[in-house]
Design a protein around this ligand. Structure first.
Ligand SMILES: Nc1nc2c(ncn2[C@@H]2O[C@H](COP(=O)(O)OP(=O)(O)OP(=O)(O)O)[C@@H](O)[C@H]2O)c(=O)[nH]1
Ligand SMILES: [Mg+2]
Length: 189
């Protein structure tokens, strides 16, 4: 048998400002992630809402990039989006060729990820919602978050800790399972 190259799949990691996108890409990537972070300075105090993430020191200004192999046949290329509104114009380019997305939600500020949910719904890009429990806490069950975000039944809502590799990997595996199921459903019909 001739060895074949693994399939490569582009996945976006999106969500509001400071929800943990760079953290997730970094925790799960098997290569040193590419980051494009710049320090948050006093100049941004009026526009960068740091409520709940006071310890945050830097913000993504272009993208995060990482890679994770799933078995021998599949490689995921992860593209983390910038979270701040002034950088959203880059999302359209980042989304080109993406097969699916993870929308990260900060459990304390779910509304900050509305725009990301809307973005993928409008484009018909399949996504899962991953609720990042800051400080490892998940005060609300997934069903309550689904309701708060008005998510339809077919959108998976997963609880995660973006700092933990295994947890971040589980989120990606859930998305991949969903993509495979949708693809085999489409092939069968
Ligand atoms: N306690 C805790 N802190 C976290 C968690 N995830 C991220 N953080 C911290 O929260 C801050 C924001 O995380 P980032 O990964 O930079 O968030 P981001 O979504 O990439 O932010 P932007 O690119 O600025 O939109 C950082 O200081 C992280 O160390 C978490 O699960 N728990
Ligand atoms: Mg970031």
């Amino acid at each position: 048998m001739r060895p074949t190259a693994p399939d490569a799949v582009k996945i976006l990691v999106a969500g509001g400002f400071g929800v943990g996108k760079t953290t997730l890409v970094g925790s799960v990537s098997e290569i040193a992630p590419l980051r494009t972070e710049e320090p948050l300075t006093a100049a941004g105090l009026d526009v960068d809402d740091l409520a709940g993430i006071e310890e945050k020191r830097a913000t993504t200004v272009a993208l995060d990039f990482g890679r994770i192999s799933i078995g021998q046949d599949l490689v995921l290329y992860l593209f983390g989006t910038p979270g701040q509104q002034r950088f959203w114009f880059m999302w359209n380019d980042l989304a080109i060729g993406a097969l699916g997305a993870v929308v990260l939600v900060d459990v304390r500020r779910p509304e900050s990820s509305f725009a990301a949910i809307d973005f993928f719904e409008r484009r018909g890009i399949p996504f899962v919602v991953a609720v990042n429990g800051f400080h490892g806490r998940h005060p609300y069950p997934a069903a309550e978050i689904r309701e708060a975000l008005a998510l339809p039944e077919h959108v998976q809502v997963l609880l995660c800790d973006a700092r933990e590799r295994a947890s971040s990997r589980d989120v990606l595996l859930a998305l991949i399972d969903q993509l495979i199921e949708a693809a085999s459903g489409a092939a069968a019909s």
